[in-house]
Structure formats: structure tokens, C-alpha cells
Design a protein around this ligand. Structure first.
Ligand SMILES: C[S@@+](CC[C@H](N)C(=O)[O-])C[C@H]1O[C@@H](n2cnc3c(N)ncnc32)[C@H](O)[C@@H]1O
Length: 197
């Protein structure tokens, strides 16, 4: 049966990485900032929807024990090449986030750059519950998603909406709004939310 999420492998197969908006070909500045400020302790982490692995490689280089999952085989292949090239160890997993199959309470940190905002509304609760389930007590969830400043859409969020969705599951530590010139040269607005289980 075709799934709403099948499109992703086609995107990675049909378009060069350099044309993909989210692929900056360098780690996300806000991730670097949070790591350098010591907001996120080293440990076992999941880069959920890792794409071509740019952030995963950065995290592995910074001594995290990295698990990285994505639904696209092509994206996983890119991430594997990148890890080999940069000589870092990443555990790459081809997996749909609606069937996360990790042991409960295994991760200290879940990094989500542009994953949650692609979760269908009907899958949202299950997705958030799975993320919470795989996090250890006091584990951190760092989410980056589209802001409603990009215009109105089902997957563009306001601060109020994000608080409403996530405060039921996590303690919200920081919410940051900012813009970024993305890989395709377009300026987009994002929220990053740092949360604690
Ligand atoms: C906007 S991209 C972000 C990629 C990466 N986090 C980055 O920042 O470069 C969204 C990613 O989500 C993945 N994805 C979409 N639906 C998925 C699903 N159901 N399960 C796992 N991964 C999925 C896509 O393949 C794609 O790599």
C-alpha cells in the first residue's frame, strides 16, 4: 500500500542534494550553539529523520553515540558515505518514524530537524509518544519546525500552538524563533524548541 511518506525516497533519488532546501551541507547553527553552550550533554542520541546525515556527522564528531534514522534509503546511503568520508561511526537505520523500534528509555537526546513538521496530523500523537518513550528520564528533545511566519499551512506552527501540543508531554526549556537562508537560497522562519522529559 502506498503511504503518504513514500515521496521522500523519490525526492532524494530525483534531486541533487544541493537543490534541497533543508540540506545546508553544514550542521545547523542552532545545534552548534546549543552544544557549545553545554545545553545538551553527550550521550546516546537519535537523529530522527536524519536525511543525508549532515547533523549526525557533526554530533558523532562531538562524541555523541549517534543513531540516525530515515525513511529514505537514498538518504541513508548519503549519510553512510558522509560518515565514511568523515571517519565517524553512526548507526544508520532505515525506518519509518511511525514504527520506531528502539528499546524504551534508551536515548539521552533526540534531535529533530524538520521531522515533526512532516508528520501527518493523524500520526502526531503517536509520533510524540514514541519520541517520549525512547527518551530516558530527563532526556532532551530538540525540535526544529516551520513557523507560521512562513504563511499559514497545516504544518506551520505558532509559539502558542507548539506550547499547546508539547507541554502535555515535556517540560519546555527554550523556544527560539529565527530565520535561516536555506540550501535553496530561500529565507524561511523556524521555531526551535528544547524540551525535557
Ligand atoms: C526536511 S528533511 C530533514 C532532513 C534532516 N533532518 C536535515 O536536517 O538535513 C525531512 C526528512 O524526513 C524524512 N522523513 C519523512 N517522512 C518520514 C517518515 N515517515 N519516517 C522517517 N523519516 C521520514 C525524509 O526522508 C527527510 O530526510
Amino acid at each position: 500500500m502506498n503511504s503518504y511518506y513514500d515521496k521522500w525516497n523519490k525526492i532524494y533519488r530525483n534531486y541533487p542534494l544541493s537543490s534541497l532546501g533543508w540540506e545546508l551541507n553544514r550542521p545547523r547553527p542552532i545545534l552548534i550553539e546549543f552544544i557549545e553552550k553545554g545545553l545538551i550533554k553527550k550521550g546516546k542520541m537519535l537523529d530522527i529523520c536524519c536525511g543525508a546525515g549532515t547533523n549526525s556527522v557533526y554530533l558523532a564528531k562531538n562524541n555523541f553515540s549517534v543513531y540516525a534514522s530515515d525513511i529514505s534509503l537514498k538518504a541513508i546511503q548519503y549519510a553512510k558515505e558522509k560518515a565514511l568520508q568523515k571517519k565517524v561511526q553512526i548507526n544508520l537505520i532505515l525506518q519509518n518514524f511511525i514504527n520506531l523500534s528502539f528499546t524504551n528509555e534508551i536515548f539521552d537526546f533526540v534531535f529533530d530537524m524538520g521531522c515533526f513538521h512532516h508528520v501527518q496530523i493523524s500520526d502526531r500523537t503517536a509520533f510524540i509518544e514514541s519520541v517520549k518513550m525512547v527518551l530516558k528520564k530527563n532526556g532532551l528533545y530538540m525540535l526544529t519546525c516551520f513557523s507560521d511566519k512562513n504563511g499559514s499551512s497545516w504544518n506551520h506552527f505558532s509559539k502558542t500552538h507548539l506550547k499547546q501540543i508539547f507541554s502535555e508531554y515535556f517540560k519546555l526549556l527554550e523556544i527560539r524563533h529565527y530565520s535561516s537562508i536555506e540550501g535553496d537560497g530561500i529565507k524561511r522562519f523556524f521555531y526551535t524548541v528544547l524540551m525535557k522529559k
